[in-house]
Every structure is written in C-alpha cells, then in structure tokens.
Design a protein around this ligand. Structure first.
Ligand code: NAP
Length: 480
C-alpha cells in the first residue's frame, strides 16, 4: 500500500508512505476526504477547487507514481486503494475507458459515483454514460453532475464562470450529498430528477445556440435577399438605364436600406406566431390541443428573433447617424447651395416635407426607444425582477406598440412613393414596400383580435372554456 502512495508537494510528485485508515478516521466533517479517478484536466481542476474549499482529495490513477504535478496537498493512489478511502468518487475519465471500473465493483460498492463525462457528439452511445456506469457498478449510487462546467470554470471558481450545476440520479441520499458538496463549492444546484435525465444533461454541453439558429438563418436569408433586391433596383438598374455608376451606394445607402427592412420583418415575425396561435385556438374552440410543432418551435425562439431584430435596428440607427458626414451627402448639399447662388434663387420652405421628415424621425425614435425597452426586459436578470403581468404588459402591449411605431416609420418613409411609377424599377415595388407586408398583416390580425367580441372568446378559451359539444356548437352563435 505504501508503495502505491504518492504525495504531491509544490507541483512535484513525491512518493511517501500513507496509511489509509488514519486518513478516513481522522477526517473532521469539514475535512471530508473525496476521491477523484483520473488526473487529467478536469480531475486536476476539480481537485484544486475541492482543496481550496477545505476538502481533502485523493486521486485514483493508473500511474500513481508518474501522473505529473497535481494540486498541492492532494494524494495519489491506485484506483482500488483510492476508492476504498472515500465514500464519494468523481469519475473524471472518458467513457471509452469505463471498462476498468467493472473490476473495481467490490471497492465501489455502496459509494456515490459522480459521473462528469460528456461525449463528442449526441447519440454516440445507445445509453447515457451515467446509466452505463450504473450498469457496470450496480452496487453504487451514480449521480450525473458537474458535466456542464469546464475545467477552466472549475479552476477559476463560480465568480468568473457558470454558476449552475445540474444533477440527476436515482438515489435521493446520493443526490443530496453531491448537491451539498456543489453548494459548498459555491455553485447553485438544479436537480433534474432521476438518472434517466442523464442523456439530456450530457447533450447540454454539445448544444450550439439551438434557439438562435433559426433567427440567425432567417436574418441572414432576409438580409441576402433584400441586399440583392436593392442592389438590382438601385445600382444595376441605374447603370443599365442611365449608364451611371452608383456602386458606391453599396457600403452605406444599401446597407441602411437592408438593416431596417430585416429588423422590421423580424420584429413582426416575433408577434405573428402569437396571433396565429390565437386564431388557431379560436378555430379549434379550445386551448387544450397542442399547437403544430412548427408553431411551437417558432414561439420558443421569439426572444431570439426580437434580439436579432434589435441588433439590426441598432445598425440602422448607427448608419443613419453618419449620413451627414458622408462625402456624397456633403457634396450634394454644397452643389445644391452653389447652384442656388449661381442662379440667384432661394429655396422655398416646404412645410409638408418638414412635417413628413419630422414625423418620420420622431416615430422612428419612439419605436427604437421601445425596442430597447423590449430588449432590456428580455434579459433574465431584468425579467426575473418583473411580475408576470409586468413582463407581459411590456413584451405584448408595448411590443405591439413598438411594431406599430416601426411600421408607421416605414410608411412615413415611403409616403407617396407607391403612387410614383419611377420607384417601380423593372416593374418591381421598392424594397421598403415589400417589408411592410408582414407587419401590416400582423397589426391587422391583432386589431381583429382586439374586437371586443373576439377578445371575449379568446379570453374564455384561455381561461379553460372549451367548445366540446359538436351538436350544441352548431346551434350556438360563433361569438358569444
Ligand atoms: P483528460 O485530460 O484526457 O483526462 C482523463 C484521465 O483519465 C487521464 O488523465 C487518465 O488519468 C485517465 N485515463 C485515461 N485513459 C484511461 C484508461 N484507459 N483507463 C483508465 N483511466 C484512464 O480528460 P478530461 O478533460 O479531464 O476529462 C475527463 C472527463 O471529464 C471526460 O469524461 C470529460 O468528458 C469530462 N469533462 C471534461 C471537461 C473539461 O473541461 N475538460 C468538462 C466537463 C466534463 P490517469 O492517467 O491518472 O489514470
């Protein structure tokens, strides 16, 4: 046993005789001895964190004499010896190497085994790693935990990284022991239930912005479509028809046309699924039938849709702010003034134009202000401080008001352009006109839902009322 034991001091591994029984016997409750199998990245970081928190740590390693520097104060033994010394063992080994644990079943019997493992991709194995571990050592209580933290996060502590530890397992006592340990390490614990939830926890670190994928793809698709649309209308058309090179407009003018269009469409797409869901409930006469999957998925990513829309609105504001310093704009303004002076003319003040531009800017600023409010209240730290009623007032009522202001802003920008044929390049409508289709439809549908008779029916359905009797239903008026 003595030959097995190594002690690590000052980052150097030095072997020394250690008797195991005193380790366990002398352990004060605050100096509980914990075991870690595996001296790799996670094992080391976890060991360091445990030692800093006041635990004693013994490593179980294949190579107790040559496993390299370990956190100061930790001991290293063979797997069998280390397993016997502690009641809780962290398995910081990749699942591919779990086979060796089967031979340690007698030593691990009755122990709590914490499975921290992750896989390289989803569904790599037929069962979750933690369930596989439980099958290998049925006498132990396996708890899946800590796998959503990184070695880096553990090393730096919860103040500088993810604070959440998810855990699951079939033994309540084992989960309680791991939860207390995680809490002492400074993490907040979220119990996800029995060991059958292990696969979900193992898939968690493999996720790559799952709820952002659809909004980002949509934003990219819309941006690409409208960029080529305005490129053809503003640059190619001018070149073909007038032989004029307008390509410099690509960098600012075209970008500043595409960003608000994408932003407005994305904002209206945040509110469209809610409106569709209300109409579906009205049609079905119940709220207890599931929405189609596509509608569910769409509703789940509304926050991300809104935040991407806000990002594009920000870009629009920034690009608008730089308009006065653009060379093209300064040149046009100077040339206009010079021509007026040369012709000894005075420009006539156009009150209608002044009203139009002021209203356009004012409504745009109001819309953007509310947009920011929506973005801020979608942050978890802010939304957690709001009651459900406050949150839904901002996100729904003020949200529709934001959509209304932004749509009005676009209508004011268009003004009477839809009446002028010169704006229909190659018989296609201007891009801003296309961008008004979805928001106008959403606002119109919302107006219909706000009609008192419709609103009453939707409210009743949301409160649990159902149109269950088909024969009776035929005799009843559609809207009570
Ligand atoms: P690692 O650096 O490769 O270390 C794994 C350790 O397992 C090795 O140091 C070795 O320790 C032991 N080992 C290797 N081959 C073995 C074998 N054939 N039989 C028995 N033991 C063997 O890996 P890691 O990054 O620490 O990850 C360990 C586990 O934690 C993995 O399941 C991983 O998915 C999970 N995890 C890692 C992180 C992270 O940030 N690294 C985050 C979350 C979860 P000895 O030489 O001492 O035996």
């Amino acid at each position: 046993m003595a030959a097995d034991t190594a002690r690590v001091m000052s980052g150097e591994v030095k072997t020394e005789s250690v008797s195991l029984s005193p380790l366990g016997a002398a352990a004060a409750p605050e100096q509980e001895l914990l075991c870690i199998f595996g001296t790799g990245d996670l094992g080391r970081s976890l060991g360091q964190r445990l030692l800093h928190t006041g635990y004693r740590v013994v490593y179980g390693s294949r190579r107790p004499h040559s496993c390299g520097p370990l956190p100061q104060g930790a001991q290293v033994l063979s797997h069998a010896a280390a397993a016997q010394s502690a009641s809780l063992v962290f398995i910081c080994v990749h699942r591919e190497h779990y086979d060796f644990l089967e031979t340690l079943a007698p030593q691990l019997k009755g122990k709590v085994l914490v499975d921290v493992s992750n896989n390289l991709r989803k569904n790599l194995y037929p069962e979750a790693n933690a369930e596989y571990l439980q099958r290998l050592i049925p006498g132990a209580s396996v708890v899946k935990a800590f796998n959503t933290l990184s070695a880096w996060g553990l090393q730096n502590g919860p103040s500088d990284a993810n604070r959440q530890v998810f855990l699951c397992g079939d033994s309540a006592e084992a989960k309680q022991a791991v939860a207390e340990l995680a809490t002492r390490l400074g993490f907040s614990v979220l119990d996800r239930g029995s060991l059958s939830a292990a696969r979900e926890l193992e898939d968690f670190p493999l996720q790559l912005f799952p709820q952002w994928r659809l909004p980002l793809c949509l934003a990219m698709g819309l941006a690409a479509f409208f960029f080529f649309y305005v490129l053809i209308g503003d640059v190619v058309h001018t070149y073909v028809k007038q032989g004029k090179d307008n390509s410099f407009r690509i960098m600012v003018s075209l970008a500043n046309k595409v960003f608000p269009i994408v932003s407005l469409i994305m904002l209206s797409l945040c509110y469209l699924p809610g409106v569709l869901a209300s109409f579906l409930q009205l049609y079905r006469g119940t709220k207890y039938r599931r929405f189609p999957d596509w509608l569910d998925r769409w509703m789940l990513c509304r926050k991300q849709l809104g935040l991407v829309a806000l990002g594009f609105a920000f870009l629009h504001v920034l690009y608008t702010l730089i308009i006065p310093i653009r060379h093209y704009v300064r040149y046009k303004a100077t040339a206009h003034s010079v021509s007026l002076i040369k012709e000894n003319k005075t420009a006539v003040f156009d009150t209608t134009l002044a009203w139009r531009t002021d209203s356009y800017y004012s409504v745009g600023i109001l819309g953007f202000g509310l947009y920011i409010l929506l973005g801020i209240t979608s942050l978890p730290s802010v939304s957690n401080a709001l009651s459900w009623r406050e949150f839904s007032f901002i996100q729904s009522k003020l949200g529709y008001l934001t959509l209304f202001f932004c749509t009005l802003h676009t209508y004011l920008y268009g003004w009477d352009k839809f009446l002028r044929s010169s704006y229909y390049k190659w018989w296609t409508p201007p891009a801003h006109m296309l961008s008004l289709v979805v928001p106008s439809v959403v606002l119109l549908l919302k107006l219909l839902l706000l009609l008192p008779c419709v609103d009453r029916r939707v409210t009743r359905i949301r409160q649990g009322w159902e149109r269950t009797e088909p024969r009776e239903e035929n005799n009843k008026p559609l809207i009570s």
